[in-house]
Write a protein of this length. Structure first.
Length: 206
């Protein structure tokens, strides 16, 4: 956080994703921090004393002793590259609209020390029901896996809308779920048979 505070003197710093979700779910555990920067900086100069490697979609994973920092420039994020070109205007108000899950449709501006969120996030806090916000995504197989994973891990109900969405993805496409999980989690959480069974069970309940 000290380093992010230092960087915020030269660029807008926005914290988003899991660390904020866990905060509002009263889950306090050490995890990675996801950050979007409004303007470009020299990553290798700013973090010269840390291990740095490229992460998904042009971002960087920077290894701190306290845990990893995943960092992107807003212009390199997938949502900005694919139809959200107006993000440079009122950036903090637009980023939450590009989240896939409703519990991720919130960011924290370090510069302004203020949360920005959508009505989808407020609804999630009230009903603890997992849903989607922005249905365009570069990794639909991970959307399916993460829906099952987050619902199970945080004991969340899956909305009918999200269930219909991932079911359509599952039945109409052939994804390599094992490769997806290894790349994202570093291990296989669900076998193909377990994925089929879990989706089938959810459909029966609905």
């Amino acid at each position: 956080m000290e380093k992010l505070d230092e960087i915020s003197a030269n660029t807008d710093v926005y914290i988003f994703s899991g660390i904020i979700r866990n905060y509002f779910l009263n889950i306090y555990r050490k995890r990675d921090v996801d950050v979007v920067l409004g303007q470009e900086i020299d990553i290798f100069k700013e973090f010269q004393n840390f291990s740095i490697r490229k992460n998904s979609f042009g971002g960087y994973k920077i290894m701190f002793p306290s845990g990893p920092l995943d960092l992107w420039f807003i212009k390199d994020t997938w949502a900005f590259q694919h139809s959200q070109k107006t993000l440079e205007f009122h950036l903090e108000k637009k980023i939450p609209d590009t989240a896939f899950f409703n519990f991720s449709s919130i960011i924290y501006s370090l510069n302004k020390q203020k949360f920005y969120y959508t009505e989808h996030f407020v609804k999630f806090l009230k009903n603890k029901q997992l849903d989607y916000v922005y249905d365009k995504n570069p990794n639909y197989s991970l959307c399916i896996i993460n829906t099952l994973y987050y619902a199970e891990k945080y004991n969340l109900e899956i909305s009918k809308r999200l269930l219909t969405f991932i079911t359509n993805l599952y039945t109409k496409n052939k994804y390599n779920y094992q490769t997806t999980q290894i790349k994202h989690f570093g291990e296989i959480i669900y076998t193909d048979e377990q994925i089929e069974q879990k989706i089938g069970s959810l459909l029966l309940v609905k």
